[in-house]
Design a protein around this ligand. Structure first.
Ligand code: URA
Length: 197
């Protein structure tokens, strides 16, 4: 099966999923989207209001900011894959519950295995905690680990993991906004260094 057909099969399962209770309130599941052959994969936390309505990742205010951050890194949405730890919106945008993460992340694992990215950018605490645990890397909070590149093995793949803040943090704090811009400029340099740009 091609990467695209694996991703389509996973997306169909996600849209029909009832493994945790979040399906009861969803308008749309948000499987994630992008290039099946992406070298760079971005992982957020969970769909918000607009993502639930549209069934697409990062299409609200944080998504608009993510688009400008991608431009800082010299990337277009069509080149990368953008997914989330949870595929359905938690009510009121509350934080993901451990049982929801456990039920949902086998989908993320399958997406990572299908795409085989060279670099994974984790956006915020939840996706960083998840990928760091997979990689066996110690995690003591996003502010401690962010803005550095980690050579890692995730699901048997040799990848560079780059944790940064969640783009939503940049919407309410000028300081975090600046940190995000700096991180994505570092990402641009790294992509050139790795021959991925
Ligand atoms: N925040 C996320 O973490 N993911 C989205 O898809 C949108 C907002």
């Amino acid at each position: 099966m091609s990467r695209a057909s694996v991703l389509e099969a996973v997306a169909s399962e996600i849209k029909a999923c009832t493994k945790c209770s979040l399906w009861r309130n969803r308008k749309n599941a948000v499987p994630g989207e992008g290039n099946p052959n992406a070298k760079v994969m971005f992982i957020g936390e969970a769909p918000g209001y607009w993502e639930d309505i549209k069934g697409r990742p990062f299409v609200g205010a944080a998504g608009k900011f993510l688009d400008s951050l991608l431009a800082e890194a010299g990337l277009l949405r069509g080149q990368v894959f953008i997914g989330n730890v949870l595929k359905c919106r938690p009510p009121g945008n509350r934080e993901p519950a451990p049982a929801e993460i456990e039920a949902c992340t086998p989908f993320l694992d399958r997406q990572i295995r299908a795409i085989q990215p060279r670099l994974i950018v984790t956006l915020g605490n939840y996706s960083t905690a998840y990928i760091f645990a997979k990689a066996g890397l110690p995690f003591n909070g996003i502010t401690e680990v962010r803005g550095k590149f980690y050579q890692a093995n995730v699901l048997g793949l040799t990848v560079v993991v780059f944790p940064t803040l969640h783009p939503a943090a940049g919407l309410y704090s000028a300081k975090y906004k600046q940190m995000l811009i700096e991180d994505f400029r570092m990402l641009r340099a790294k992509l050139h260094e790795l021959g991925l740009a």
